[in-house]
Design a protein around this ligand. Sequence first.
Ligand code: ZN
Length: 77
Amino acid sequence: MVCPKCNGTNVNVTTETTGMSTRNRGRGCLWGIGRATLIFCTCGLWLLVGKSKGKSNTNVVNKTVCICQDCGYKWYI
Ligand SMILES: [Zn+2]
C-alpha cells in the first residue's frame, strides 16, 4: 500500500464502521418505479411484506480506510 499523496509506504489499513441511512436516499426514482411496480403486480401484498420487514432504516457499512502515517492522508478503498 502506497500513499497517493506522499508515496510513502508507512500506511495503516483499518476498517471503519459507519451507519448509513437508507431512507429514500441514493435510491433514485428508479427504485420508486420498481417499488410501485412490485406493489401493483402483487396487488399491494408487497407493501405489506415491506412494512412487516421493519424499521431498520440504518444499514451498517464497513469501509476499508487507509491512513498514511507519514503525512496523515486518509482515503478509502
Ligand atoms: Zn502520505
